[in-house]
Design a protein around this ligand. Structure first.
Ligand code: GLA
Length: 744
């Protein structure tokens, strides 16, 4: 049967959910169709193939390069395919029936105490709109009225497939969802190299590669808020290799869009198959699904590359730019942030002085960080008081925010301001007025972290308050262009005085967060908003649907930032990374790095400064002004171009290089850094990537009078630059260079 015929015949079976399902709630489940169904979910270069056998078991039999004749999958042999039973490659494995071994995507407990669910294929449909094809596959339990819809959105040009599940209780009694993953993905290979990201405050997105052995490897968080502090809900899997490669081999990348507890389970079973189950962490979150109700799980984003990790990252970056990130593709302003330059100690004149300097240096925005609010005994003069009391501190800033914002605008700068609206210090009027708004377990000690508690966003009154904080802050001046939204703690003393069902808190906290953000975006579509969470503790695609960028890490030390920014770039586009030049000795690591190295690292993301600019010497200012001015020349490549990582900072070479290339391959910028002392081999051979081999490019090192590469200033063909490369001298630790390329 030709593919078109398969699809046509499937149209007859098309999705029966949700309306018909409700009607049929008391009828016995339909007898599965006695034919094999092949469902291709396709992008320009990739294909996910779902296969329902004659008994209706749905399996994922291929995720990889595109195969033209999908009819061949009707003959796909599985040693379990002759039977209805067996859990090999099951697309959405459940607890129940014969599945006693495979990690489940779904675990339901029914009203009669039964824990068994056995799903079979009940129809599907596909619809296409421009670049996106949506496939909905319906599954039903054999004897209950539980219905599952698996939804796959295939983004053709980006080679990205985004999927989630929708679980509907079509029965008459409530059921308990004990586990309810967004997706399970099955792969068949000989080796699986897992790349994942762990860390802590000031060392986010540390990259770890590990070859998966038998059994289950779990990456999860249970901390509720600031959820990406220790682990990130994202991964790469390199197939049939023990080595991570930027440009060779098959790589699958995945990222969950959820700002709360998550769980990714990688199970290599006795057959050698890999089952990856991703979704909300069911920890303390059994979900009661009443009769007729549906639960929609968060999106799981996948991409496949047959050209190594670099292409997988570029696919995700393009998807983020075009679909996943609020305002993606727009160029965000360079800025001076007041935090490390002033902390809590400022007056209006401190800020206007910083604004003067920022304008003179050619920056585009000034951001007033923490410390501008709270009065009297709750004045925010350090981090012990004031959170929750979001009115202007009239002692520090008697002229008001409007005055400062206007001052910035008059100097040609945009203006931004910091809030942390989900939090409250016990030392605040808010804590006294609304003790019930705080997440707590009544009768137990409510632990503090950074002297603060977290508000219960599951409570609609708190949602209104948090929205109001944003809204009222925006009313302080009509010249507020940017909000830095912070979130500096996780959930301890887990509990809600509002919710009847405590199992809902972790989930409804996140849903409440999204509800507030939806209201904010409806009212303030053009305001730039940064997602900060003690630095990078909220870096994931769930919040990025509402935020323009992240504060990548509170660690502003350039040497640390090399690895943090590299790790982040594997999954998230570099243009979201706030990257700031700060003072030395660095306030976190105490390291003293050259100013040029600090700039060259920060300029590979969204450039900012985070210091007191009046402390620069005259000589330093010459370099500062030069670096800021030259950033303008290539900044569009960071926001809109393609990233090629050339040398990894994790390699033994103690070097790092990356480049961005414009979509039409006419311009590029290369960053090269020495991370150690190289007395023996002083030159750093860097083979470029992503250029047009036949075109000639003029290569010029920026921000120096004398280039570290003798070849700078001349023109070379793309193939020379890619297959032979450039040879800058980088002998000493912290030597760095930026090369700009333009086609002739
Ligand atoms: C957090 C943020 C910092 C800064 C401080 C202010 O640590 O990550 O950037 O805003 O809070 O208190």
């Amino acid at each position: 049967m030709k593919r078109s015929l398969i699809l046509a015949s499937l149209a007859l079976l098309c999705c029966i959910f949700p309306t018909e399902a409700k009607k049929k709630a008391t009828e016995p489940a339909p007898v599965p169709e006695k034919k094999i169904v092949v469902i291709p979910v396709e992008t320009e270069n990739t294909q996910l193939i779902l296969h329902a056998n004659v008994y209706g078991s749905l399996r994922t039999v291929h995720y990889g390069q595109k195969i033209t004749d999908v009819e061949q999958f009707t003959n796909f042999y599985l040693h379990t395919s002759g039977k209805r039973y067996g859990s090999a490659l099951l697309t959405y494995p459940t607890v129940g029936g014969v599945n006693v071994g495979t990690t489940e995507a779904l675990h339901v407990k029914y009203a009669n105490g039964d824990h068994n669910t056995e799903l079979f294929y009940a129809g599907h449909k596909q619809t296409q709109k421009a670049n996106v094809t949506v496939t909905e596959v319906c599954l039903r339990d054999t004897i209950t009225d539980l219905q599952i819809k698996l939804v796959y959105e295939a983004y053709a040009k980006e080679d990205v497939i985004v999927c989630h599940s929708e679980i509907t209780n079509g029965g008459k009694k409530a059921v308990e969802l004990i586990n309810y993953a967004s997706s399970a993905l099955q792969l068949k290979a000989n080796k699986y190299l897992l790349t994942h990201f762990h860390g802590s405050w000031a060392e986010e997105m540390t990259v770890e590669n590990e070859l998966l052995g038998r059994d289950v490897k779990v990456i999860e968080t249970r901390i509720g808020a600031s959820a990406t502090k220790y682990n990130n809900p994202a991964f790469m899997i390199s197939l049939d290799t023990e080595e991570f490669s930027e440009n060779k081999g098959e790589v699958i990348a995945g990222a969950l869009a959820w700002s709360g507890n998550f769980k990714l389970a990688f199970e290599k079973d006795y057959r050698g198959d890999l089952n990856i189950v991703s979704g909300i962490n069911p920890h303390a979150s059994t979900y009661q699904l009443k009769a007729g109700e549906s639960f929609v799980t968060p999106d799981m984003i996948y991409t496949f590359s047959c050209k190594g990790a670099g292409q997988a990252s570029r696919n995700l970056h393009s998807w983020g730019r075009n679909y996943g990130i609020y305002g993606g593709g727009k160029i965000n302003p360079t800025l001076l942030n007041s935090w490390e330059g002033a902390y809590f100690n400022f007056t209006t004149s401190t800020l206007t002085g910083m604004i003067d300097n920022a304008a003179a240096m050619g920056l585009e925005m000034f951001v007033l960080d923490d410390g501008w609010f709270g009065n009297g005994k709750y004045a925010r003069n350090d981090d012990h008081a004031g959170l929750g009391d979001w009115e202007l501190n009239t002692e520090k800033l008697p002229e008001g925010i409007d005055y400062i914002a206007n001052y910035a605008h008059e100097k040609g700068l945009k203006f931004g301001i910091w809030i942390e609206p989900e939090m409250v210090n016990p030392n605040s009027n808010l804590a006294n007025q609304h003790p019930d708004w705080v997440i707590q377990s009544p009768g137990r000690e409510n632990y503090q972290s950074r002297q603060q508690w977290i508000l219960d966003l599951s409570n609609p009154a708190v949602q209104d308050f948090v929205f109001g904080v944003f809204d009222r802050t925006m009313q302080l001046s009509d010249k507020i262009d940017y909000i830095k939204w912070d979130c500096n703690r996780m959930i301890h003393s887990f509990g809600s005085t509002y919710l009847k069902d405590q199992d809902r808190l972790y989930i409804e906290y996140v849903q409440g967060f999204y509800k507030v953000l939806q209201r904010i975006r409806a009212k303030y579509p053009d305001t730039l908003i940064q997602c900060c969470s003690s630095g990078g503790s909220r870096v994931e695609y769930g919040q990025l649907a509402y935020f323009n960028e992240v504060w990548t890490s509170d660690n502003s030390d350039a040497l640390s930032r090399v690895k943090i920014q590299y790790g982040t770039s594997l999954i998230y586009p570099p243009f979201i990374m706030g990257a700031h030049v700060s003072a030395v000795p660095n306030h976190q690591t105490k390291l003293v790095t050259p100013l040029k190295f600090r700039f060259d690292v920060a300029c590979a993301g969204r450039l900012g400064l985070e210091l007191q600019p009046k402390d620069f010497t005259e000589k330093e200012r010459v370099l500062v002004d030069r670096c800021i001015a030259s950033y303008e020349k290539y900044r569009d490549l960071i926001f809109q171009g393609d990233l090629y990582r050339l040398v990894s900072p994790y390699e033994d070479s103690e070097r790092y290089a990356l480049m961005y290339v414009s979509a039409d391959k006419s311009r590029a910028v290369v960053f090269a850094y020495s991370l150690g002392y190289h007395h023996g081999e002083k030159t750093f051979k860097i083979r470029l990537d992503g250029l047009d081999g036949a075109r000639k490019y003029k290569v010029e090192e920026l921000n120096v009078d004398k280039s570290c590469w003798k070849g700078s200033g001349a023109s070379y063909t793309g193939d020379f630059l890619m297959y032979s490369g450039i040879l800058p001298v980088q002998e000493y630790t912290y030597d760095s260079a930026v090369f700009y390329l333009e086609a002739e």
